[in-house]
Ligand binder design. Structure first.
Ligand code: SPD
Length: 324
């Protein structure tokens, strides 16, 4: 090979060296023969599979006190936030999850929400959605890792916009500690926007946490928590469902409601993620009772009253599993 062929080979070689230098410290990035850098989402939570995205540029990579924080720009999904190797959100599809985890509970309430708490949610996307509800007077967020909002404000300004709302108050601390200190019956809704139940978020899927949530909610309040994928995590969903029934159902009063809903989202494992909604009251989560204003509704890209109801309709295999 000579001339053009040699030039091309040396260009590729150079590209690979540059890319390799970028990826050497980040385990989830690899460089292929063409010098392209790819992110692969590997986790024990979805063994034997990995979603991959072609990386344009690594924008931020640091270890916080709690986790590995990575932001890169991509060719097809805009900027991507990754915590401990797992995708948390991308510019292109974040609205699907953030709209559904927020408007499912807030629109299921019998009366409009006034006081709402977010546990986790440091990227600000859920805050942005909550602020679309004009009746809400106070929005508190309890996020463990201060680095996440900092990074979100810089690299995801459209998502982190919720932090600017004057009703928002931030607490940077452990969700458990925070909930232990709040008065009983404080919140109309609690949204648990957690990462997966490995690492810092593991305790947010366990009974002691839900006991505290139960205490912090008003009698008519609703908690909505990230509840994983029917394709990958039926065991986790089943456990969580059982746990929420144990905490929120009161057979003596014949009260309490627990239901699983889901949305589609290409950059979460298997393209689907769910939400567990629970309340001490008898609430038909499937039928929305609250409406967003026309102005707010016009800004939504995924949620609608129709999709609200439809999101509780499960495929047979998942339905059977949660019925038993
Ligand atoms: N498998 C990833 C689940 C991440 C859920 N939380 C995302 C945070 C977005 N606000």
């Amino acid at each position: 090979m000579s001339g053009r062929g040699d030039e091309e080979a040396s260009r590729l070689d150079q590209l690979k060296k540059t890319a390799a230098a970028t990826v050497s410290e980040i385990g989830s990035l690899t460089v292929n023969d063409k010098g392209e850098v790819w992110f692969a989402e590997l986790s024990e939570m979805w063994p034997g599979q990995a979603f991959t995205i072609k990386v344009k540029e690594v924008l931020f990579h640091e270890k916080s006190k709690y986790q590995d924080v990575l932001v890169f720009s991509s060719y097809e999904y805009g900027n991507v936030l990754v915590l401990d190797g797992v995708i948390q959100c991308t510019d292109r599809d974040e609205y699907s999850y953030q709209e559904m985890i927020t408007h499912l509970p807030l629109c299921s309430l019998e009366s409009p929400a006034k006081k709402v708490l977010v546990i986790g949610g440091g990227d600000g996307g859920v805050l942005r959605e909550i602020t679309r509800h004009e009746t809400i007077e106070t929005i508190e967020i309890c996020e463990l890792d201060e680095m996440v909002p900092e990074v979100a404000k810089k690299y995801f300004p459209k998502m982190a916009v919720g932090f600017d709302d004057e009703r928002v108050k931030c607490h940077f601390m452990d969700g458990f500690k925070f909930l232990k200190e709040v008065d009983a019956g404080t919140y109309d809704a609690i949204i648990v926007d957690s990462s997966d139940p490995v690492g810092p978020a593991a305790s947010l899927f366990q009974k002691p946490f839900f006991d505290l949530v139960h205490r912090a909610l008003k009698d008519t309040g609703i908690v909505c928590t990230q509840a994983e994928s029917v394709w990958l995590h039926l065991d986790i969903i089943q456990e969580l469902h059982k746990l929420c029934l144990e905490v929120f159902r009161d057979p003596a009063k014949n009260s309490g409601s627990v239901n699983y809903a889901y949305c589609t989202i290409p950059t979460y494992p298997s393209g689907q993620i769910g939400f567990m909604l629970s309340s001490k009251s008898n609430i038909d989560f499937r039928s929305p009772k609250q409406k967003l204003s026309e102005n707010s509704s016009a800004l939504l890209k995924y949620y609608s009253p129709e999709i609200h109801g439809a999101s509780f309709v499960l495929p047979q295999f998942a339905k059977k599993c949660l019925d038993c």
